[in-house]
Design a protein around this ligand. Structure first.
Ligand code: SAM
Length: 313
């Protein structure tokens, strides 16, 4: 594979900002992740257990300071640079999970698979290509309404990766919907009636954080649901582990990681976002952790269905 040019990191946003750190070592650095993350010893020494990244999508969104409208080639170079940086930061048992829409999912998968051939020391393996499905996509009628984001789950070593399935189980449809007693005597080592979630993620608490959603934080319209990060952090890291998020945003990864006893390291380009995320991390999650992670995702009948007038076709 040919070598490529690296991207040019953006200058610090409006001056110099000290890192935000609590007494446990949970830290948010302010600045371009490509500049600030390499200053961390845990990154230099490949001590990170889990990377979760929800980058800017280059959709010209208002991220306070970050300009979200790069030429496509520059955006791809930026993407590959932060991925390289994060892959190098991982331990051999570590994993990387990337939240990315249709536009760039294929490029990232190809890049990570290509990186396998190019840099054996930092090779990554795909564990799952999951989908986060939500019902309230932006309305449109010129094409199908978008209702998903890709959740790309890669690891350094498939035989050694940290994987805690029993931390993220949900009731099986056999138990909740079909009354199938066979699910009560399972032979796969999982508790009766419970299963590892499927690779399409949806259900109660999994909607986009919009409007008057209880979880919504002021000044953010790109927040992920807490249950999403709870699933990722629980299944792919252990208490005491280091969780890194290069694009902290409103602090969803930070609040979940810290409150599950992990050490959070993050970067955020906007100083205002970083301060709010830090406060959110200290304040704690919207619902006590453990209360929504095991909810059933079975597609059940609506109890009070509306009567919809028949259409002519
Ligand atoms: C999609 S949002 C992340 C949302 C986050 N997952 C949450 O649940 O709140 C992306 C964030 O990355 C920040 N950002 C963009 N480019 C960055 C860069 N190069 N380095 C650090 N942060 C960056 C933006 O300011 C924005 O807050």
């Amino acid at each position: 594979m040919p070598t490529r040019k690296s991207s040019k990191p953006a200058a610090k946003p409006n001056g110099t900002h000290a890192p935000l750190t609590d007494s446990l070592g949970n830290t948010i650095l302010i600045g371009d992740c490509r500049l600030v993350l390499p200053t961390l010893p845990q990154v230099q020494q490949s001590q990170v257990d889990l990377v979760f990244a929800d980058p800017p999508f280059n959709w010209n969104r208002d991220y306070d300071q970050w300009k979200d409208d790069m030429p496509r080639e520059d955006y791809l170079t930026f993407t590959y640079d932060w991925i390289d940086l994060c892959a190098r930061a991982l331990k051999p048992t570590g994993s990387m999970v990337i939240n990315i829409p249709d536009d760039t999912a294929a490029e990232i998968v190809c890049y990570l698979k290509g990186a396998l051939a190019r840099k054996p020391a930092h090779q990554m393996h795909m564990v799952n290509w999951c989908i986060w499905h939500y019902r309230f996509g932006q309305n449109r009628n010129g094409s199908f309404i978008n209702s998903k984001v890709h959740v790309l789950y890669f690891c350094r070593d498939p035989l050694r990766r940290t994987w805690n399935p029993t931390q993220v189980l949900e009731p099986s449809d056999r138990a909740t919907t079909y009354g199938d007693k066979r699910t009560l005597s399972k032979r796969d080592g999982m508790p009766p009636g419970m299963r590892v979630p499927m690779d399409v993620w949806y259900g109660p608490f999994w909607g986009r954080i919009q409007g008057n959603n209880k979880e919504r934080k002021a000044e953010h319209d790109n927040q992920l649901p807490e249950v999403y990060l709870e699933r990722v952090v629980r299944c792919a890291s252990n208490p005491g582990d280091i969780v890194l998020d290069p694009f902290t945003g409103s602090g969803t990864t930070a609040v979940i990681a810290r409150n599950l006893g992990r050490t959070f390291l993050g970067s955020e380009f906007s100083a205002d976002n970083a301060r709010r995320a830090f406060q959110r991390m200290l304040d704690g999650p919207t619902r006590p952790l453990g209360t929504s992670i095991n909810a059933s995702s079975s597609i059940v009948k609506t109890r009070k269905a509306l009567v919809i007038p028949k259409i002519k076709i």
